[in-house]
Ligand binder design. Structure first.
Ligand code: GRF
Length: 201
């Protein structure tokens, strides 16, 4: 059974797609324990509140050191029995201790076909601008395991979209986002199924 914490900094559309999939019963063996944002006015927190899911504003800026922040974060995750973390538009670096604690149990989604167009600085419209500038015929989204390097861990699932003539970063972003909303719930379904079958053995 996956007990999930979702970390996000903005809009929260991936979180909403995942939540809808859980509520419709298409991701058995998974529930959302808590939603966390470094940004107190993030849409992702509003979505959580509207759905009666604990929504927490937690930022390193509230603490004197990274160590204190990590302690507060781990306490929060334990309080909600979290055994799996999903990054959904989370714009802050994850402290190494959290990566270690949730090794192979933390996923991220990136709006391009990794390993291309990833790494520091490759976020939001920068990604789609780079894809168009490189004349790539195809783009897409990647769900991957989080490790110590940005956009680097094992690739779990990818979905593709064509880059059409006359494509702009805005039109490409919209197509990629639609595919994100399909593959992120699917990737979580795979992990939830594996965690459930591991418990049965
Ligand atoms: C998505 O494009 C995702 O690939 C990237 O951040 C964006 C988050 O969007 N990591 P949303 O907050 O889920 O709507």
């Amino acid at each position: 059974m996956l007990r999930i914490a979702v970390f996000g900094s903005g809009r929260g559309s991936n979180f909403l797609a995942i939540l809808n999939a859980i509520e419709q019963g298409s991701i058995p063996f998974a529930s959302i324990g808590v939603v966390l944002s470094n940004n107190s006015s993030a849409g992702i927190l509003e979505i959580a509140q509207a759905n009666n899911i604990p929504a927490v504003h937690l930022s390193q800026k509230q603490f004197g050191s990274e160590e204190e922040f990590v302690t507060a974060l781990l306490t929060l995750l334990r309080m909600h029995d979290v055994n799996f973390i999903i990054l959904a538009g989370y714009m802050k670096r994850i402290p190494p201790q959290i990566i270690r604690e949730y090794r192979n149990r933390m996923l991220n989604i990136h709006p391009a076909l990794l390993p291309k167009f990833g790494g520091q600085g490759m976020y939001g419209h920068h990604v789609h601008e780079a894809v168009i500038a490189a004349h790539e015929p195809v783009s897409g989204a990647t769900v991957h395991v989080v490790d110590e390097e940005y956009d680097h861990g094992r690739i779990v699932l990818q979905g593709t979209v064509p880059v059409d003539p006359g494509e702009t970063p805005e039109t490409l972003a919209a197509k990629v986002l639609a595919i994100e909303h399909e593959i992120y719930p699917e990737a979580i379904r795979m992990f939830a199924r594996d965690s459930a079958s591991a418990k049965l053995m």
